[in-house]
Design a protein around this ligand. Sequence first.
Ligand code: ITT
Length: 200
Amino acid sequence: MLEIVISSRNPGKIDEIKAFFLSSGKDIRWLTCRDFKNFPEVAEAGSTFFENAKLKAKAVSKFTNKLTLADDSGLAVDCLNKKPGIYSSRYAGKNATDKNNRDKLLKEMGNVKKIEDRSARFICSMVLWDPKKGLIFNTEGICEGKIGTAEKGDKGFGYDPIFIPEGFNRTMAQLDQEEKNKISHRGKALQGFYSFIENF
Ligand code: ITT
C-alpha cells in the first residue's frame, strides 16, 4: 500500500487530508508526526506558501526517507494588504493560539464596517516530496470569502469561525468536514493532488 507522511503538526489539517481520501477510494497509509520520534520542527523561513510547503516537505522526507506531503496555508485579507498571509499561524505572536489570531484579526478590522469591504481568501499550497527525486508534485487551492464580524460555529479550526465562504451565509466553522472539503482551499488542492496520486 502507498505510504505517505504528512508533514504537519496541525491536527485540523491532518484530519481533513485523511477524510478526503477516506471517501475517494484510494487506499493510502498516512503517517504523521505521532509515528516518529524526534519529528523535525521546520522553520518556515520562506517568503511564499509554496516555499514554506517545500521546506516542510523536504525536511520531513529527508528525516523519514519516505514520500512526504506538506500543506502551507493561510488567510489573505484585502483591506489589510493581504495580511496575515504566510504569517497566519503566528499573527498574534510566536505562541499564539487560533483564538488569539482570530481576536487580533477582528480587532484590526474593527473599523471596516461594510461586508463587501471584508473580502479575503484562504490559500493552500501543497507539495509532494520524494526522498530520492525531490519535488514531484505541487498544487494550490484558493477559497474566496468574507471575514464576519463575530465568531460563529465550532467545527474546523483556525480562522474558520470568522470566515464566510463565497455563496454561503454560514462560516466555515458551521460546515461539516465533508462540506468544507468540497469548497475549501485545502479541498481544492487535494483534488489536484488526488488526480496525480490516483494512478501512482
Ligand atoms: P504545520 O505547519 O505544522 O502544518 P500550522 O498550523 O503552523 O501547521 P501553517 O504554517 O500552514 O500551519 O499555518 C496555517 C495558518 O492558517 C494557521 O493559523 C491556520 O489556523 C490557518 N489555516 C490554514 N488552513 C485553515 C483552514 O482550513 N481553516 C482555518 N484556518 C486555517
